[in-house]
Design a binder for this molecule. Structure first.
Ligand SMILES: *Cc1c(COP(=O)(O)O)cnc(C)c1O
Length: 368
């Protein structure tokens, strides 16, 4: 399999993955039928990766095996106390057939930060990168080549120790699965409507808001249903001081009349890699960028006065989504529409798909 040298930064030797091929792998015809219209998160590739961790053995038994159910003891701690984290990252096929991903070191580091907060072991970044390459080595044909299509990679880690006592688990599993993804917006990017969640928050001060953990998403499901009842697509959450946090799966960015770009920053917000990259591209264009608190009042007054000229949300799945409307219990604010969000979206996806120069060295080749 792929030879990878000892990591110069960490001195870690690469893991030796035991590879078991899926004898019931989909035929090329079945796979192509799925790739023709993959949807999102419904179809999975033929293989998965897992690495075990235990207090005694550290990271061990790295495997590539046929995709399939995981056998868990009913007392596995994750099922009771939710000690779980995940990542989301995409693989893109370039015009020459090669397969690349985008800033995976950032996802690897964020997985480590999430692990720290959830008292899980930190997977070394070189192992994280290697897991992505190992999966692409067997399932590379699953990376679609259609416009705006990608292979969505889902690394995750959970407490598998069978123990009902409350403490960090002594046995943990890291997994990587992959799911082909179609264009998020069919027929062009559409602005979304946002419901302001007044009764529920997704995170608290000192909580797990900055970690990518399932519990944050569990907490967002009820307010999300409230959004649907109010005919909105998504929810925006506020913190205890009525500052804007995020959508619960996407970060929020405000564009001001003078070109300044402001995005909420606090330790209860997940630091999106899409946001970081878009803001870098904006800085490259000469925009001044600020990470700071943005109160709901600043948002609403800024839109009313014309000071705020564009509001958008961003994350790996949809990349960039303009916000078209903010709806609360007793108001509806139409949001101004501009062009910057979609220009930055185009610039970013051009880099990801190899159609523009990768000036920042963000691409990472997975299939060589
Ligand atoms: C993953 C995620 C985002 C977006 O992060 P990206 O790295 O841009 O995909 C934003 N908010 C939350 C809560 C998330 O879990």
């Amino acid at each position: 399999m792929t030879t990878i040298d000892t990591d110069p930064d960490t001195g870690l030797d690469p893991l030796e993955f035991a590879v078991t091929r899926n004898l019931a792998a989909k035929s090329a015809a079945d796979r192509d039928a799925i790739l023709a219209s993959p949807g999102f998160g419904q179809n999975f590739t033929d293989h998965m990766v897992d690495i075990c961790w235990s207090v005694r053995g550290g990271w061990h038994r790295p495997r590539v095996s046929p995709y399939g159910p995981i056998s868990l003891d009913p007392a596995a701690a994750v099922l009771h106390y939710g000690q779980e984290i995940f990542e989301g990252i995409k693989a893109y096929r370039h015009a020459d057939g090669s397969v690349h991903t985008f800033r995976p070191d950032q996802n690897g580091r964020r997985l480590q930060r999430s692990a720290r907060r959830l008292a899980l072991p930190e997977l070394p970044v070189p192992y994280f990168l290697q897991s992505l390459r190992e999966l692409i080595a067997v399932d590379g044909a699953w990376v679609p080549s259609g416009e705006d299509q990608s292979l969505y990679l889902r690394p995750f880690m959970f407490a598998k120790e069978a123990f009902l006592g409350v403490r960090p688990a002594h046995k943990v599993a890291y997994y990587l699965i992959a799911s082909p993804a179609g264009a998020y917006f069919k027929g062009g990017v559409q602005p979304v409507s946002i419901w302001l969640s007044e009764d529920y928050s997704r995170a608290g001060k000192g909580g797990t808001g900055a970690a990518k953990t399932g519990g944050n998403y569990a907490a967002s499901l009820l307010p999300q249903s409230e959004a649907y009842e109010n005919e909105c697509d998504q929810v925006v959450f506020l913190d205890q001081d009525r500052n804007v946090e995020e959508l619960g799966g996407m970060n929020v960015v405000f564009v001001y009349k003078d070109g300044t770009i402001v995005t909420p920053q606090s330790d209860s917000i997940l630091e999106g890699i899409t946001r970081d990259s878009l803001l870098q591209l904006a800085r490259d264009r000469g925009h001044h960028v600020e990470g700071r608190n943005v109160s709901l009042t600043e948002w609403r007054e800024g839109v009313a006065s014309g000071d705020i000229v564009e509001v958008f949300a961003c994350g790996t799945a949809a990349v960039v989504t303009p916000i078209g409307m903010l709806k609360g219990r007793d108001f509806i604010d139409e949001q101004p529409s501009g062009t910057l969000a979609l220009e930055l979206r185009e610039e970013l996806t051009n880099i990801q798909y190899g159609r523009a120069e990768d000036k920042h060295g963000w691409l990472y080749r997975l299939d060589a």
